[in-house]
Design a protein around this ligand. Structure first.
Ligand SMILES: [Zn+2]
Length: 65
């Protein structure tokens, strides 16, 4: 078991890592456990890909904030 394991959220599409309110690119770290999700940019693209109209995407993102 690794001590002091940090948990970070990594975007499963662009692989940027969430740092507070900011998403930035960083190299993979062995002392971080990555949980995968979507950054706001890729979340928006994914919702559009799922067939939502862009105005519905804006509504969904506004509700998620
Ligand atoms: Zn992303």
């Amino acid at each position: 078991m690794v001590k002091n394991l940090k948990i970070a959220i990594q975007c499963c599409e662009c692989h940027r890592v969430k740092d507070g309110a900011v998403w930035h690119e960083e190299p993979h770290r062995d002392d971080v456990a990555y949980s995968h999700g979507y950054c706001p940019t890729c979340m928006r693209n994914a919702l559009i890909r799922f067939g939502l109209e862009s105005n519905m995407v804006n509504q969904a993102l506004a509700m998620a904030q």
